[in-house]
Design a protein around this ligand. Structure first.
Ligand code: ADE
Length: 243
């Protein structure tokens, strides 16, 4: 899968995308990440990429022409069509559902917004999706783009083992169960008995109940969309769930 990232700060991407699983995925040619400096597509002497907002107001706006030229260059390299995703605090909140959808595509293009925003005409012309990584404001879209690349890449076939993907947070719409490893007792805290029992059905049952409990306590909003059995619902109601 090919990622293209359009940014004013290409150097920000060297650390996070050149370590660990992403680094190995690049080496194994499962993913390819191309960073494009928007400033390289500014044509004036000062290589300007932002300007004052029409109508006044605080802050600067990213100019349409350098962004459009940069995007045209990326699209021209097209091996396949690509979603063009703008990272912005005004976007829809990024979820595992987006990650799953984009991981099936041959390409993904990410545009890092900056300053007060991006000229709306660029968005109308090129952007297919506007995405925020949460209800908070970053200094720019770069960290958000890295989050998207990371979450999508690990779902690209062979990047991580199918086993690791099988039972994880948000998969059935529930949070993950707690994990333990040796030692069995640490500072008088024992690992839950059932995990040492070797009884697989009981272990599975216990883990599932833990998932329900945690989701109920921490993210009750997720229960509305989760796949719940009649038994799950009964258990949740016993804990006080009103659903
Ligand atoms: N740019 C600034 N804040 C952001 C956020 N929360 N998500 C995506 N891009 C952003």
């Amino acid at each position: 899968m090919r990622f293209d990232i359009l940014t004013l700060f290409p150097a920000m991407f060297t650390g996070p995308l050149t370590e660990s699983i992403i680094k190995r995925a690049i080496q194994r040619e499962l993913i390819e990440i191309n960073i494009h400096n928007i400033r390289d597509f500014a044509t004036d002497r000062h290589r300007t990429t932002d300007d004052y907002p029409f109508g006044g107001g605080a802050g600067m706006v990213m100019k349409v022409e350098p962004l459009a030229r940069c995007t045209e260059a990326v699209l021209a390299a097209a091996s396949a069509p690509t979603p063009v995703v703008l990272l912005t605090p005004s976007g829809a909140v990024f979820t595992q559902h987006h990650a799953r959808t984009w991981a099936t595509q041959p390409r993904l293009t990410l545009v890092c917004g900056h300053y007060e925003g991006v000229d709306e005409r660029y968005i109308e012309r090129y952007v297919t999706d506007q995405i925020s990584i949460g209800d908070f404001v970053l200094t720019g879209g770069e960290l958000a783009a890295m989050v998207v690349v990371d979450a999508v890449s690990r779902l690209v076939p062979e990047v991580i083992t199918a086993d690791s993907l099988a039972a994880e947070s948000h998969d059935a719409g529930l949070l993950e169960y707690p994990h333990y490893t040796r030692p069995a007792v640490w500072e008088e805290r024992a690992v839950p008995e059932v995990l040492l029992s070797g009884h697989h059905a009981n272990i599975e049952q216990w883990r599932h109940e833990q998932q329900l409990r945690r989701t109920f306590e921490r993210r009750p909003d997720l229960l509305e969309q989760a796949e719940l059995s009649a038994q799950d619902r009964e258990l949740l109601r016993r804990w006080g769930w009103q659903g």
